[in-house]
Design a protein around this ligand. Structure first.
Ligand code: ZN
Length: 210
């Protein structure tokens, strides 16, 4: 089963990918993990990726595809894969088409009001990086691990969240059009289990057909 998983930050995409991976025995492939892995392995390509990562530059599409192609040739991908957060643009989708076909695209949607609710109460410790939430029981404003003051990241303020979501929507709409009837859209407004249930049913049917 060859899948693409799309979803904004905070949509529960990572949790969904793990559930699919466990139930359908396919690896979860994120470009970040893939780059870190190849950089560790070294070689011409690995060294190139390592340099780009160290300088904080975006990895060009051509290199991404070389790395992706290698990753998809590995043994654990023989039953398929889940591409987590990739492709991000039409360019990448068209290049991916030259490497492999896909069976389905799961697009996780979360209304802004929900995303805001989840992120706006998030607080982080500037000292140890621990994450807490104002709505959690026992929240005091001090870090539970090291006792330092917690703060709200600029990224988690409503204006920034709105902006992030708009940027995401702009990039995902052409992808949804590109994949057409392969796309299954699911709302993640409920619990992770509620979100996953229809996806599991959909994928089980897809698997039975194959
Ligand atoms: Zn701390």
């Amino acid at each position: 089963m060859k899948l693409i998983l799309l979803g904004a930050a905070g949509s529960g995409k990572g949790t969904m990918a793990k559930k699919i991976s466990a139930d359908f025995k396919v690896p979860q492939i994120s470009t970040g993990d893939m780059f870190r892995e190849i950089a560790k392995q070294g070689g011409t390509l690995g060294e190139k990726v390592k340099k780009l990562m160290a300088s904080g530059s975006l990895i060009p599409n051509e290199i991404t595809f070389e790395v992706l192609k290698k990753r998809l040739e590995k043994d654990d991908c023989k039953n398929g894969f889940i591409l987590d957060g990739f492709p991000r643009s039409l360019d990448q989708a068209e290049m991916l088409k030259n490497v492999t076909d896909v069976d389905a695209v799961i697009s996780i949607e979360l209304p802004f009001s929900e995303l805001e609710k989840r992120l706006v109460n998030r607080r982080i410790c500037s000292f140890c990086g621990d994450i807490d939430n104002v709505s959690y029981e026992g929240y005091t404003g001090d870090c539970r691990k090291c006792g330092k003051k917690l703060f709200q990241r600029d990224d988690d303020k409503p204006e920034a969240i709105k902006n992030r979501l708009e940027v995401y929507k702009k990039s995902v709409t052409p992808l949804i059009n590109f994949y057409g009837d392969k796309v299954m859209t699911v709302s993640s407004a409920g619990s992770p289990e509620e979100t996953y249930a229809p996806v599991k049913t959909f994928l089980s049917k897809l698997e039975a057909k194959a």
